[in-house]
Design a protein around this ligand. Structure first.
Ligand code: SF4
Length: 738
C-alpha cells in the first residue's frame, strides 16, 4: 500500500467511496474514504452535519498512522527488560494462550479484580467490557479522569443523570421541534478556558461561533493566554488560572441581586433557590474583602474592575446566553467542578436552558453501550471497583492516575459490603492508550511497570493492544496489533447538538495479521482452559451483531449503513417540561450531593493564598494546552509535522529573568522533577504564568527539547470527589540555562 497523492487520486479512477467517521479526536467528523490498488484517499463528507465536508490537518496523520513504520503488524512477545522495546513476533494462537494462562494464574493466585483494563480511546472496543465483566473484574476504565470528569460530574449534579455533556445550541442549519432554523439565536457566549479555534474539537462549534458572531452574538473569552479564539473575542479577560470560580460566583450574585433571572423557570424547575439567595446575601469576609463583591472578585482573579462590570452587565442583559467551560483549561483545576456547576446554574437561571441558542440538554441515548453491562459481573464483584468503592465514589469511568500506586501499594475498598477488602493490581491491559505520556507523573508509571518482585515484576502481566508502537508499549509483555480506526467497525452516539447516531464503517482493507476488537476478545476468551464463563461474548456472531445489540435491534446496523452511516434527529427544545430533571428533586439542583455552599470547601481551593505564597517564592503557575497534532498515543508520529515545542512566559517576567525567545530554560517543581525546553517570550500571556504544551515528550521522538510536561505533574493532585487529574495546579520555577 502507498499513500495516495492528488496526482494519482484514486477517486478519479472510479474507486468506491465509503462513508465513515474520523476518530483522530472525539468530534468524529464524517469522512468519505476510497481505496483502490492499495491507495487510500480521505476527504470530508459534505453531507455530515458535524463537519459539512471540512476536515482538519490532524486527519493527515490518520494516513501516516496507517502506513507508519511503527505500525504493529503481528502479535509480539517481550524478550528484553521492560522498557527496552525488544520483542519477537509470535502467532495469535500463542499470544492468546500465553495471556489467557497468565490471566488465569492472576485470578487463582490473587483475585479477578487484580486485573485492570484501561482505554485511551474507547470507540469500537465496547466488547472489552464484556470480556472484563465475564472474567470477573469491575476495574475497566477509560481516559475520562485525565480529561473532563470534573466537568461532566458537575453538569450531572445540576441537571441529573444523562446530562454529563449538555451542548451549546450553535449548530446551524438544523431541524428542530420548532421547525427548520438557519439563523443563530445565542446572544452572548462566554468561553472560560476554552479555545475551539485551535484545540479543534467540534467543527460545528467553531463554525457556529463565527456565524453567530457575524449575526450579532457577543463573544467573551476568559483565558490567561490570548489564544486564537481570544483574538476574535469582543472581550478577552486574562484571568489568574484557577480563579474562574470566583468570577462565576460574582456573576451569579449579580444575576440574582438584579433579578435578571427567569422567575417562571426558577419557580417551577429550580430547587433551593431561596437558600441560594440567602447564601449570596450574607456578607462574609474573605482576604479582608466582602465575598462576591467587585473588589473581592478583582482581587481574586487579577482582572480590572471595569471589565468585570462590563461582563456582569452583559450577563444580566443578553439572552439567551451560554457559558462554556474548557475541558482541560478549567476541569483540570481544583475548582473545575465548582466552576462548571456555577456555569450550569447561571445558564439555567437566565432562562437559557434547552431553548434556541442556549444550552441543550441531551436527548436520552438511542442505544445501550455494551459498557453498561455490569450485570454480567458475578454478584458482589461490582463492590470491589478500585474507585467507585475506593477513594472516589463519584468518579466517572474510573481513575487512571492511581493505577501506579495500585500496582505498587494496592487498593483498599473503603465503602460498601466489601469495606476493608485489599488487593493489588497484578495485570494491566491497555487498549489504544499511552498513560506513560498522557497521565500525570510519568516517572511513577515507569516505576510501577518495572518494580521487581522476586524473579519477576510486581505487575505480573502488561498487555498493550494498539496499532502503533509508543512509550507504554515499550514496557509491554505482549503487544497485540489492533486495527486502525479506518479498518474497523463501530457505532456511536456523536457529540453533536443535532442528535446523531453514526456508523464507523470498515473503509480500508486491514492487514491480514491484525484483528478486530471482537476477534481479539473472543480469541482470548477461547484460549482459557474453560471458556464457559465467556459464553455471552462467544455467542456474538460478528461486528454487525454487536453493533445491533448496541443499537437495540437486529438489522439496525445494516439500516444505518443504507442511510449513509448517519441518522440525524431533530433538536428538541424544552425537554424538561415533559421529562423533568433526573435529579433527586426532579429539578435543577443548586446544592447537590449534600453541599452546604455554592463553592463547597471540599471541592474548592482558595487560590489567593496560593498566589501570595507563590509570589514570595518566585514561582509561576504552569498551564498546559493541547497541540493540534496531539491525540493520545499517536503524538510521536506527528513530530515531523510540528516544530519543537516551546514554553511561553510573559515579556515582563522574561526580562526580569534575562530570558529571550529561543533560550534554553529549566523548569523545576520543588522536590519533584525538572525539564529543559526552549523559551518563547509572549506579549499576550498573563504575568506570573508559564504556558507549556501537553502530549509531547515521547522517548521515541527525535524532536530536540521535546519535553513531556507530565514529568512535572504530581499524581497525588487529584480532584477529591471526581479523581480528575488536576494538571492545572502546578507551580514551577523557571530559569535560563547557563
Ligand atoms: S476535527 Fe477531529 S474528527 Fe474532525 S477531521 Fe479533525 S481529527 Fe478528525
Amino acid at each position: 500500500m502507498s499513500l495516495a497523492t492528488r496526482e494519482d487520486d484514486p477517486l478519479g479512477e472510479g474507486a468506491a467511496l465509503v462513508a465513515t467517521l474520523c476518530y483522530m479526536c472525539s468530534s468524529e467528523c464524517g469522512l468519505l474514504v476510497s481505496e483502490k490498488a492499495g491507495k487510500v484517499r480521505i476527504k470530508g463528507n459534505p453531507a455530515h452535519p458535524v463537519n459539512r465536508g471540512k476536515i482538519c490537518p490532524k486527519i493527515k496523520s490518520a494516513l501516516s498512522l496507517l502506513y507508519s513504520p511503527s505500525r504493529i503488524l503481528s502479535p509480539k512477545k517481550r524478550v528484553g527488560a521492560r522498557g527496552e522495546g525488544k520483542f519477537i513476533d509470535i502467532s495469535w494462537q500463542q499470544a492468546f494462550r500465553d495471556i489467557a494462562t497468565k490471566l488465569e494464574a492472576v485470578r487463582e493466585q490473587y483475585c479477578s479484580e487484580a486485573l485492570t483494563m484501561l482505554f485511551g480511546e474507547k470507540p469500537d472496543h465496547d466488547v472489552a467490557y464484556w470480556f472484563a465483566f465475564l472474567y470477573g473484574t469491575p476495574n475497566i476504565l477509560d481516559h475520562n479522569s485525565l480529561c473532563d470528569t470534573s466537568k461532566r460530574l458537575a453538569y450531572k449534579s445540576v441537571f441529573g443523570e444523562g446530562q454529563e455533556r449538555p451542548l451549546p445550541d450553535l449548530q446551524r442549519p438544523a431541524w428542530t421541534n420548532l421547525g427548520y432554523r438557519e439563523k443563530h439565536d445565542c446572544r452572548l457566549l462566554i468561553l472560560v478556558g476554552e479555545n475551539p479555534a485551535e484545540a479543534i474539537r467540534y467543527f460545528w462549534f467553531w463554525q457556529g461561533i463565527c456565524e453567530a458572531k457575524r449575526q450579532g452574538m457577543t463573544l467573551v473569552v476568559v483565558d490567561p493566554y490570548q489564544t486564537k479564539t481570544a483574538k476574535l473575542a469582543d472581550l478577552w479577560l486574562p484571568i489568574r488560572p484557577g480563579t474562574d470560580v470566583c468570577l462565576l460566583l460574582y456573576l451569579l450574585k449579580n444575576v440574582v441581586d438584579s433579578g435578571a433571572y427567569d422567575r417562571e423557570f426558577v419557580d417551577v424547575h429550580v430547587s433551593d433557590f431561596t437558600n441560594m439567595q440567602h447564601e449570596l446575601s450574607v456578607p462574609v469576609l474573605d482576604a479582608g474583602l466582602t465575598r462576591y463583591s467587585l473588589e473581592w472578585v478583582a482581587h481574586m482573579t487579577g482582572l480590572e474592575q471595569q471589565y468585570l462590570q462590563r461582563l456582569s452587565a452583559l450577563v444580566c442583559t443578553e439572552n439567551p446566553l451560554l457559558i462554556s467551560v474548557g475541558k482541560n483549561g478549567v476541569a483540570h483545576q481544583y475548582s473545575g467542578f465548582c466552576t462548571t456547576r456555577l456555569a450550569a446554574i447561571i445558564t439555567a437561571l437566565s432562562g437559557s436552558l434547552d431553548v434556541p441558542g442556549g444550552l441543550l440538554l441531551r436527548d436520552p441515548p438511542r442505544y445501550k453501550s455494551l459498557s453498561n453491562s455490569s450485570d454480567l459481573l458475578r454478584a458482589g464483584q461490582a463492590d470491589k471497583h478500585k474507585d467507585y468503592s475506593g477513594r472516589f465514589p463519584l468518579a466517572s469511568h474510573g481513575v487512571v492516575s492511581t493505577i501506579p500506586s495500585e500496582i505498587l501499594d494496592g487498593v483498599t475498598i473503603m465503602e460498601g459490603p466489601c469495606k476493608g477488602h485489599q488487593y493489588q493490581t497484578k495485570a494491566l491491559i491497555v487498549t489504544h492508550g499511552n498513560p506513560l505520556l498522557t497521565a500525570p507523573d510519568s516517572a511513577q508509571w515507569r516505576k510501577a511497570m518495572t518494580a521487581r518482585s522476586g524473579d519477576g515484576y510486581q505487575l505480573s502481566l502488561l498487555v498493550v493492544n494498539d496499532s502503533v508502537l509508543h512509550d507504554t508499549a515499550l514496557y509491554a509483555d505482549y503487544l497485540l496489533p489492533m486495527r486502525h480506526f479506518l479498518e474497523r467497525q463501530g457505532v456511536t452516539e456523536q457529540e453533536s447538538a443535532i442528535p446523531l447516531t453514526g456508523l464507523r464503517q470498515m473503509a480500508v482493507t486491514p492487514p491480514a495479521t491484525t484483528r478486530s476488537p471482537l476477534e481479539i476478545y473472543q480469541g482470548l476468551a477461547q484460549a482459557f482452559d474453560s471458556s464457559d464463563g465467556f459464553a455471552p461474548l462467544l455467542a456474538l456472531t460478528g461486528d454487525d451483531d454487536w453493533c445491533d445489540r448496541t443499537l437495540g435491534k437486529a438489522g439496525e446496523t445494516a439500516e444505518l449503513r443504507m442511510q449513509g452511516g448517519v441518522q440525524a434527529r431533530p433538536i428538541r427544545y424544552r425537554k424538561f417540561t415533559t421529562q423533568g430533571f433526573a435529579t433527586p428533586t426532579t429539578k435543577v439542583e443548586l446544592y447537590p450531593h449534600g453541599a452546604k455552599t455554592l463553592a463547597e470547601q471540599a471541592y474548592y481551593r482558595n487560590e489567593a493564598s496560593c498566589y501570595a505564597q507563590a509570589s514570595s517564592k518566585a514561582r509561576f503557575r504552569l498551564i498546559t494546552g493541547r497541540v493540534l497534532g496531539h491525540v493520545h498515543s499517536l503524538t510521536p508520529l506527528l513530530d515531523g509535522a510540528s516544530a519543537s515545542p516551546y514554553v511561553w512566559l510573559n515579556n515582563v517576567d522574561a526580562q526580569a529573568k534575562g530570558i529571550k525567545t529561543g533560550d534554553l530554560v529549566k523548569l523545576d517543581v520543588e522536590g519533584k522533577a525538572s525539564l529543559i525546553a526552549r523559551a518563547k517570550v509572549s506579549l499576550v500571556l498573563r504575568q506570573g504564568v508559564v504556558r507549556a504544551l501537553y502530549g509531547w515528550g515521547s522517548a521515541l521522538s527525535s524532536t530536540p527539547h521535546n519535553y513531556n510536561i507530565n514529568e512535572l505533574i504530581d499524581s497525588r493532585h487529584l480532584h477529591p470527589i471526581s479523581g480528575n487529574a488536576v494538571f492545572g495546579a502546578v507551580w514551577v520555577t523557571i530559569n535560563k540555562l547557563i
